[in-house]
Design a protein around this ligand. Structure first.
Ligand SMILES: Cc1cc2nc3c(=O)[nH]c(=O)nc-3n(C[C@H](O)[C@H](O)[C@H](O)COP(=O)(O)O)c2cc1C
Length: 365
């Protein structure tokens, strides 16, 4: 019987060894609030590559200081950050995986206390305590967070330039692909969603207008990175709120992204409304990914509680998505891809040679 999960996949000039990828997952482990990679990040990203993942996407990385979710986020607005990131890329490559990075601007959800080590995680950090003024499409706050300042045209141009500069640095650091974070209620999603964007200029109103920032960033980044390098975008397919974005909107946006040279979209959901009712469960976002793949004719990755080898295989085998991303299960078991390959009895599981002795019995059986 043939298997699909461990088939390579090619996007532009990049061929990735399999279709089990690690999605971006913020670690909030920067040591000096300078956005620079720490030893933790090397261990974290290296462990997934050593565990057989096809590609490892580095966590949401701020393109500007004020675009970080917390002061402990990675950043890519200076050369010191770029140089430190090379260590992650080289390590991931040495273990046979492709390296990607998610470039992000947290918009109105920036400047919050990180998940650990703080009395009030996830709440706004006042300027007096090292926080900063946030920005958004409009001055509407997210839940109890501080209200953002609505970006003007100059501010929007600055955001686009920052994505381009960070993308260039990602290329210089040796990254194989770049992902633009357009999901989870951060700046680009805030522009896309009518829940957070009530602008009356060319960046607000119709879906075309609300997608203008995303497409502007995509065009500028696409034009600044090598022709052969894949460009990915992560989207929240739905806000899970009646008045918000719906999957039909996301199908249209994904179609535009394909026309603008995006090679794959990753389909997540939610993050832009505290009132969202999300039907969380095994594979709960996969139907959204399939709808985007079929409706927009663009390769997609599916993500969200894909925790089991056969569940992942079924998604790629039946064409529900081209790639699966496995997040928390990789945190629980950094060898998830090896375990999946053994469960699926693929011919050559991605086991590092020095570890082969540990798997002798399974390989024989
Ligand atoms: C610790 C942690 C950090 C995360 N950070 C990010 C992030 O930086 N960017 C992002 O787009 N999603 C982030 N996510 C969401 C994951 O990428 C993924 O979409 C989500 O965990 C669902 O997949 P899973 O059920 O396989 O974990 C994070 C999730 C976790 C658990």
């Amino acid at each position: 019987m043939s298997r699909t999960l461990f088939d390579p996949i090619t996007l532009r000039d990049l061929t990735v060894r399999n279709r089990v990828w690690v999605p971006p997952m913020c670690q909030y482990m920067v040591e000096k609030t300078d956005g620079v990679v720490a030893p933790w990040h090397l261990m974290h990203y290296g462990s997934f590559a050593r565990g057989g993942a096809g590609a490892v996407i580095v966590e949401a990385t701020g393109v500007v200081p004020e675009g970080r979710i917390s002061p402990q986020d990675l950043g890519l607005w200076n050369d010191a950050q770029r140089d430190a990131l090379r260590g992650v890329v080289d390590l991931v490559h040495s273990l046979g995986a492709a390296a990607g990075i998610q470039l992000a601007h947290a918009g109105r959800k920036a400047s919050t206390y990180s998940e650990w080590g703080n009395a009030a995680p996830g709440t706004s950090i006042p300027v007096a305590d090292g926080g900063w003024e946030t920005v958004g499409p409009s001055d509407l706050p997210f839940g109890d967070l501080a209200a953002p300042r609505a970006l003007d045209a100059t501010g929007i141009d600055g955001v686009i330039e920052a994505f381009v500069a960070a993308a260039r640095r990602a290329v210089e650091a040796g990254m194989d692909m770049i992902e633009i974070h357009g999901a989870h209620g951060y700046l680009i999603h805030e522009f896309l969603s009518p829940l957070s964007n009530v602008r009356t200029d060319e960046y607000g109103g119709s879906l075309e207008n609300r997608a203008r920032l995303l497409l502007g960033i995509v065009d500028a980044v696409r034009g600044s990175i090598p022709e052969g390098m894949p460009l990915l975008v992560r989207l929240s397919a739905t806000d899970w709120v009646e008045d918000g974005l719906h999957v039909e909107d996301t199908v249209r946006v994904a179609g535009w992204l394909r026309e603008h040279g995006v090679d794959m979209v990753d389909i997540s959901s939610g993050g832009n409304s505290p009132e969202a009712q999300i039907p969380v469960g095994p594979g709960y976002q996969t139907p959204l990914a399939t709808a985007v793949k079929q409706g927009a004719g663009i390769p997609v990755s599916a993500v969200g509680m894909i925790d089991e080898p056969w569940q992942a295989e079924q998604i790629t085998a039946t064409g529900l998505a081209d790639v699966v991303r496995v997040g928390r299960e990789f945190l629980r078991d950094p060898s998830f891809a090896i375990r999946a390959a053994l469960a699926l009895r693929v011919a050559e599981p991605p086991i590092p040679t020095p570890y082969l002795r540990a798997y002798r019995q399974q390989l024989r059986g």
